[in-house]
Design a protein around this ligand. Sequence first.
Ligand SMILES: [Zn+2]
Length: 504
Amino acid sequence: MQLETIIGLEIHIQLSTASKMFCSCSNAGEDLPVNTTVCPICLGHPGTLPTINHQAVELGAKLALALGCKIQLVSEFARKNYFYPDLPKGYQISQFDKPLAKNGQVEIVWLSDKQIVSKQVGIERLHLEEDAAKNFHFQDKTLVDYNRGGTPLAEIVTQPDFRSAEEARVFLQELQKVARYLEVSQADMEKGHLRCDANISLRPLGEVRLYPKTEIKNLNSFKAVEKALKYEQIRQTELWQGGQGPKFSSTRGWSEAKGETTEQRDKEESADYRYFPEPDLPPLVLSEDQVEEWQARLGELPQARSKRFMAEYGLGFAESKIVTDDKMVAEFFEQAVSEGREWLTTLESVTGSKEEIWRNNGRKLVKLIYDWLVSEVFKHLNAAGLSLSESKLTPENFAEFVALVYEGKINSSAAQIILQEMFTTGEDPAWIMKDKDLGMVDNLADLADLVVGIIQTNPEQVSQYQSGKTNLIKYFVGLAMKESNGKANPEILTKLFTDHLSSK
Ligand SMILES: [Zn+2]
């Protein structure tokens, strides 16, 4: 029997607001001592009243708009009732039948077996809610840190549109990028800023009805999402091959150590939570003007930027993704390219209009900027544990540095030294080149003397070369490079050696 896999995701994203969802406590509690960002409201004392944090509404709405959702001008908060020590009120304020946003659509694009593939993913809804507190274990006791209680969350529910674990993982990564571009969340999975539960069921190919599903919890990395779903796909396939799929829906936890899912408590139905409208909060009413303003301020989203970089700068799909994954890197890259583009027009060796100069020389410059950024700059950043904006490297200086390489004023070993210096001091590359005497020697007379000297002191190799062993040219150039402390221009050297050795 051929089976089809059906996957849907439920994602919680912690919103980067200044204060909590319904009180004025700081939302930076995860970095502060336990139980210090709490007040009677988020601790659920009787008689206290919540108020809606409008910054959370704005961040949630922007995320919803970026996912193509329709904002509901009137939405409602509801109580989700359950008892647990991390929930002092005995209920969580969430949204139920009137969520903030509905009916979105997101395109995901990725490389699968070196082919670019894409897919539309439906978003059922996005709603706002407060987070529960955090349990932690101390000696043999379980304690509760209420700092996290009341943190604003956006919960996103996708349509069951994914047909493989890979698609689900790609969507999550895209969602993380979007959240970071919009600056609505740090969306760090390891820190729990982005949490994912995945629903999976199988069905005979061609059928349209859905069968009982498994909900997998505790997925705290992209890898875990993909691995757990693949595991569950195999487990359910075996059930189907044994006669029938799972008989009822269930909840399973993912164990990273064992690499398997295990049955947990039975899944509650929403009736078990006795949802009812939150009596202490008015409906959340937004104006169309407000929504339009948020829409206008979304800015360019990662997918659109990646496509534009491919079209404008001739980057390949994978290259463009590397540069646009992080908004800061994308902006740095684009600014460096724009500086470089201006610089090209000031060169004596180029002619034509600005557009022609760019058309004829732009690709070479962009490639140098890309290569140096992705290989060397990233390496320095990783080694120093810094982000691009924390480092001393500016796009202006970096463009000037690439210009030196472009013009052949420095060779690659000098370039490495200069870049390293730029990282630690933030100095101008041309100044470092002069200060450290790293400029390339391309004065013909000086280089000719060097070449003649080497030919005179290596008669044996010279005669071997002249009797046909022409790849010895590399040996001669190598000697000259060594003697010039790596500063001679190897292209000029190669030409000079070839000329001198053939004229003998
Ligand atoms: Zn509070």
